[in-house]
Design a protein around this ligand. Structure first.
Ligand SMILES: CC(C)(COP(=O)(O)OP(=O)(O)OC[C@H]1O[C@@H](n2cnc3c(N)ncnc32)[C@H](O)[C@@H]1OP(=O)(O)O)[C@@H](O)C(=O)NCCC(=O)NCCS
Length: 181
């Protein structure tokens, strides 16, 4: 898989998919702030500090980001994913990934494109399968997208996620093999 590359979304807009580096941190953090405030997909309940964000999004990870094509430095990030081993050593061939798409860019195929890119990139990096270990059960868009990309739901972790109203929702563990990618 070669980065950067260009692609088109369903609405015709051109985007560039790049390997993200620490210089992408401000744009990523601005987007992640929106996701954290939504509170419906990732476990953070406040925006992580720059150092925490660095650990969560960059340290030991392969991170990929989408920007509008032909934009200047410091453009708004449209979406991103990180890819990392879910465990070390004997189980490091099982990858884990996390995805975010900016609200204004959703439902235009970017989530699918980033997901498909992740599968090929993970395969190229030598991973044998991918696990998502905290898919919020009420995140129906994500569950549907991952199912469309070949993931299956292995189990539910009861009450894993605290919601804003103080109640709890389950989290799903989803997995797919990379053997046939
Ligand atoms: C989940 C997420 C990455 C999907 O990104 P996206 O760019 O909207 O995905 P796509 O446009 O490729 O759409 C995926 C599918 O969901 C559907 N969909 C997207 N948004 C939808 C919405 N608001 N309501 C109903 N369906 C929706 C699309 O129609 C598409 O299905 P289709 O191709 O059969 O029509 C994005 O919603 C997001 O960033 N959410 C917050 C973070 C998150 O949930 N991350 C994943 C954690 S497991």
């Amino acid at each position: 898989m070669r980065f950067p590359f260009e692609a088109k979304l369903k609405n015709g807009s051109a985007i560039t998919i790049v390997q993200a580096e620490r210089r992408d941190m401000p744009a990523l953090r601005r987007l992640y702030d929106v996701i954290v405030k939504e509170g419906t997909s990732f476990p953070h309940d406040r925006l992580p500090t720059v150092e925490e964000c660095d650990q969560y999004w960059f340290h030991g990870k392969s991170t990929v980001a989408a920007y509008p094509a032909a934009t200047q430095a410091d453009a708004a990030m449209l979406g991103a994913f990180y890819l990392k081993p879910n465990w070390p050593g004997r189980a490091r061939h099982v990858a884990n990934a996390g995805f975010i798409v900016a609200p204004g860019c959703r439902n235009t195929g970017l989530g699918w494109l980033l997901g498909a890119t992740m599968l090929q990139y993970a395969k190229d990096l030598g991973y044998r399968s991918v696990i998502f270990n905290l898919v919020f059960s009420e995140n129906h868009v994500a569950r549907r997208l991952w199912t469309k990309l070949g993931f299956r739901e292995l189990a539910a972790i009861p009450g894993a996620v605290r919601k804003d109203d103080g109640s709890y929702q389950d989290a799903l563990i989803m997995w797919r093999s990379l053997m046939e990618v």
